[in-house]
Design a protein around this ligand. Sequence first.
Ligand code: HEC
Ligand code: HEC
Ligand code: HEC
Length: 442
Amino acid sequence: MRIPSLTTPARRVGAGLAAALAVAVSAAGLVASGTLERSVVGRDVETPLSAEALRGLAPRGAKVAAAADCFACHTARGGAPWAGGLPLETPFGTIHATNISPSPQGIGGWSRADFHRALRDGIAPGGRHLYPAMPYTSYRGLTPEDVDGLYAYLMTRAPVAVENRANTLAFPFDQRWTLAAWNLLSLPATVAAPDPGRSPLWNRGRYVADALGHCGECHTPRTVIQALRADAAYRGATIEGVEAPDITPAGLARMGFTPHGLVGFMRSGLSAQGGATHQMFDVVHFSTQHMGEADLTALSAYLFDRDALPAEPETPVAATPAAIPAAVAARGRASYAGLCAGCHGGAGEGIPHVSVPLRTNAAMRVAGAGGLLRAILAGLPAQRFPGNERMEAMPPFAALIDDAALADLATWMRAEWGGQGRAVTPDEVARQRAGLRADASH
Ligand code: HEC
Ligand code: HEC
Ligand code: HEC
């Protein structure tokens, strides 16, 4: 898995962190004395919770943990639950998610206050700054009640005696104190209060999207120092060459989502707009499918900026085909018929329980072609979706189609089904190939 916050081009990130470092050095004195830290954690959490209170809060915590997707990062594939070890690749080296089971190697000795500070301020006991790969920037908005629930839930799991794996970060990124400067520049000083002008549903949705679901960690573009851009929330960002698309109301509508359709997608991972793939598959698999109808409705209302969902499901806005040169269209259509139609249908309609529709697929309608190219070049694994639904694997086509032919194919599909007139270039395809080779060598 890659760290969304650190996977934009290395050069940009390097420059950004170097800038942060310069600020850090100049502010080092203040930082060391702690005067610049803006905690959002209240003093009341210094009172410990009784064993009985912990047991009572744990069921709430289980739900919060699922919605906040803690398991996905804190459990290595095939590893013991909550014992950490999942490597997160960055351009500067590897960071490992830690053991957060209640063992001596994990958070067994942590007080309630320690836990609140780690989750909401990004600071572990002893003043150790956490890397923002742990999405505390978003979890900062969690309510104290939900953080207590998480603490109670984790403290009542089985302790696992697994040592944390050492990170392999190059200097100066291994210097945790520099993160104090990053926090100063990147963390909001306060947490958004409920907006009395909006419905309780919208307000709950904001909490589910911004804090719990931390959707912005992937879908919001970042500044040069990798802080989330408050002025461009949810306008889309690129992760590992795949676009986490614009999920503002306009962006969602462009992909063909309606408020009710989005609820269905978050619940099942499947929709006329396609299946959840790439990082979004894990989000649905570990997190949103467990959220429950009320929270999914709230999430959709907020993302569509409505106070309530419409009474009747709305019809998605169909894309109008865009004009492209006839020769490109002919070559693209021929590649589609030869390589793709067997599984996706002659008109891109998809085959139930086998493959997803392409004609109405969001991948055709989003601004970037990265996700589409990557799916075609690398293929996709067979995936299980909620409710016993599954999709077969899609084979990789990297060896079967050259850059020019794939550029034509992608251009034609996006113009015909997505209304996107911009030509996909052979250069774009070549860059995706190079990116896949780099990933494979990790
Ligand atoms: C995107 C991946 C990701 C998600 C999601 C995530 N974490 Fe983390 N978490 C990390 C990483 C990576 C670290 C280690 C950071 C470091 O070493 O600075 C970490 C560190 C922590 C720590 C500090 C542990 C220590 O020993 O220092 C705690 C506590 C924690 N996470 C709890 C949680 C909880 C609770 C959730 C869900 C609400 C969660 N995490 C979700 C990646 C994640
Ligand atoms: C770990 C990063 C990550 C997180 C967190 C994340 N997304 Fe995504 N999301 C992606 C990526 C990447 C894609 C594009 C997938 C593709 O092109 O195959 C995507 C696609 C989508 C789509 C378009 C449908 C599709 O599959 O192409 C929607 C809608 C969406 N995300 C909503 C959300 C919401 C709502 C949340 C919060 C609950 C969220 N995402 C959290 C990475 C993420
Ligand atoms: C052997 C059958 C097969 C062939 C041939 C095939 N696909 Fe697929 N394709 C699938 C399956 C199955 C999925 C769903 C995979 C999943 O979700 O795990 C899929 C998914 C996709 C997706 C992702 C859609 C989404 O909603 O995220 C795209 C894009 C795609 N295919 C395009 C193509 C193109 C273009 C071709 C021809 C070059 C092609 N496929 C050929 C079986 C196939």
